[in-house]
Write a new protein. Structure first.
Length: 291
């Protein structure tokens, strides 16, 4: 494997990393697990004159759960850690599953969820789940810290709302209430390694047998992950019978306009949105029934 030449930088603090990134600009890339950097650099999909390695900066490798704030994931926390964590499996199984279906075990042992979303690929598996669960991103920049709601993070294909010098330091996912459940489904040719043909996430709240809130998000059907508001409207205020779920699944299918490419046709992607929206909603209902 031959990589293009680049300068390797290893700041010792977040402040130093942010200043370097602000100073060097677009010719520099932040490196955590590097699984979304090294392969495309090798394949000449893009080049970077500088790689800013944040792996040795303390305080970014954490995985915590707080009953009020929810699940807290550090920027350096590995996907494999999230996938296998007993507390994540108990408190937020959709997040554990979303981590589990990314690439291979070997890659998940290096890759991070923060890196997965900052790569801003339309087919990344973390984003639909984070979108329906209304996650927040903790961001540090050269001059200030801020919080970005996840639904404001993507600015287009491979583009994010990060400003010059800003680095995502953590992810916060609010706790699920007793009457709420979330699920993520990925459809790919193989269960491991392959990019998602489509991804569907759902979060459902049910009170006294009636759906009082619903969020549906779709991945790999647009340049960014998208919500399916018409599908959500069909679910809210109703008992979630098979007929209602089918109607919502069809609305989700009709709300998206994916492309055809080497992995799947537009028509196939739309039909799989219908299939997997139905599965995600039913998964949420099964989780609620088991509580």
């Amino acid at each position: 494997m031959v990589l293009p030449q680049f300068e390797y930088l290893a700041p010792k603090t977040l402040g130093e990393a942010c200043n370097l990134l602000a100073e060097l600009g677009s010719v520099a890339k932040v490196m955590a697990g590097a699984t979304d950097l090294i392969p495309p650099m090798r394949d000449k999909a893009f080049t970077a004159d500088y790689l800013i390695d944040i792996k040795n900066i303390p305080g970014l490798d954490y995985l915590e759960y707080d009953e009020k704030e929810g699940l807290k994931i550090g920027a350096l926390t590995k996907l494999r850690t999230i996938e296998t964590s007993p507390i994540v499996k108990e408190k937020n199984p959709a997040t554990a599953h979303a981590a589990k279906v990314i690439a291979s075990t070997q890659i998940r042992a290096k890759a991070t969820m923060a890196g997965n979303i900052c790569n801003a690929s339309p087919s990344n598996d973390s984003s639909p789940n984070l979108l329906v669960q209304e996650a927040k991103l903790l961001v540090q920049g050269p001059n200030k810290d801020r919080v970005i709601p996840f639904n404001e993070f993507f600015a287009g294909f491979k583009k994010t709302a990060l400003e010059p010098g800003e680095i995502v330091t953590g992810i916060v996912i609010p706790p699920l209430a007793e009457n709420e459940a979330a699920a993520y489904y990925k459809h790919a040719v193989r269960k491991a390694m392959d990019l998602a043909i489509i991804g569907v996430a759902a979060k459902i709240r049910v009170e006294n047998g009636i759906c009082t809130d619903a969020k549906i998000a779709l991945g790999a059907v647009a340049v960014t992950p998208v919500r399916a508001p018409k599908a959500e409207e069909i679910l809210i205020g109703k008992e979630l019978t098979d007929e209602v779920i089918v109607a919502a699944s069809e609305a989700a299918m009709n709300s998206c306009d994916p492309i055809s490419d080497i992995r799947a046709s537009k028509e196939y992607r739309k039909d799989m949105v219908r299939v997997f929206t139905k599965r995600a909603i039913k998964d949420c209902l099964e989780q609620l029934a088991a509580k």
